[in-house]
Design a protein around this ligand. Structure first.
Ligand code: ADE
Length: 235
């Protein structure tokens, strides 16, 4: 029997945003082939009253609106009734930064339940009561969690078995070994007066590997001194 697909449930007020760009390229092909599945759940369906209200003014005053704990909890509970074992993640600029290490761990699991917030955020009580892990995709503020959810999904799905044509390419990409990836070149050999570095045309695989490692280290020191390179022998 075929393996169960890696499952994504996304709780959103804008279900029409999905799959959106996730229907394209590697991730889209993986969706078509059933490597992963996507349920976009409209939180408005769990809204209160005739107007299906999902938000209210912040306790203590202040600008904007806050998503109601009861509405968000009802949406989470409905999702969990279908798939109880998915790690639950709330996308928010206050979260722990998303990392390749975290993405790898999630892609090795059953899938994700993602909560995309809007407005000024969600009532703090539902985060604690439903054990949501708060995750940020970077130090900037998006107008909602949907794009952050898409980023998270894309990063996970490309790591699923069978998603990439050449899985070897995963071994050398940025953040493996704690390094940014070395520079790449292809034909033509000369372009606008710029040459491909000689070493790459030498056929000497050991020299090429050493050059690439040195380039990756220099680039990482310059751009991302916060990354910790793993030692060469650890693979
Ligand atoms: N929602 C709004 N901004 C965000 C960010 N930077 N990361 C994750 N979710 C968000």
């Amino acid at each position: 029997m075929a393996q169960a697909p890696w499952r994504v449930q996304i709780l959103t007020l804008f279900p029409e945003m999905f799959p959106g760009p996730l229907a394209t390229s590697i991730v889209g092909t993986a969706l078509e082939r059933g490597l992963w599945s996507l349920d976009a759940i409209d939180m408005r369906e769990f809204g209160i009253g005739r107007h299906r209200s999902v938000d209210d003014t912040p306790a203590g005053g202040g600008a904007g609106m806050v998503m109601r704990a009861d509405v968000v909890a009802a949406a989470i509970d409905a999702a969990r009734a279908v798939a109880p074992d998915l790690p639950a993640v709330y996308l928010s600029p206050r979260g722990r930064p998303l990392s390749q290490r975290q993405v790898k761990a999630w892609s090795a699991g059953p899938g994700l339940l993602l909560l995309a917030g809007r407005f000024e955020g969600v009532d703090e009580r539902v985060i604690a009561a439903r054990g949501l892990e708060e995750v940020s995709i970077g130090d900037y503020v998006l107008s909602g969690g949907e794009l952050a959810a898409m980023v998270t999904i894309d990063a996970c799905v490309r790591l699923l078995d069978g998603a990439l044509g050449q899985p070897e390419s995963l071994l050398e990409e940025s953040f493996e070994n704690g390094l940014l990836e070395y520079p790449q070149y292809t034909r033509p050999r000369q372009w606008e007066g710029r040459e491909i570095p000689d070493v790459l045309l030498s056929g000497d695989h050991a020299r090429i590997a050493a050059w690439r490692r040195a380039q990756a280290e220099a680039l990482t020191r310059e751009r991302r001194p916060d990354l910790r390179p793993a030692r060469k022998s650890s693979s």
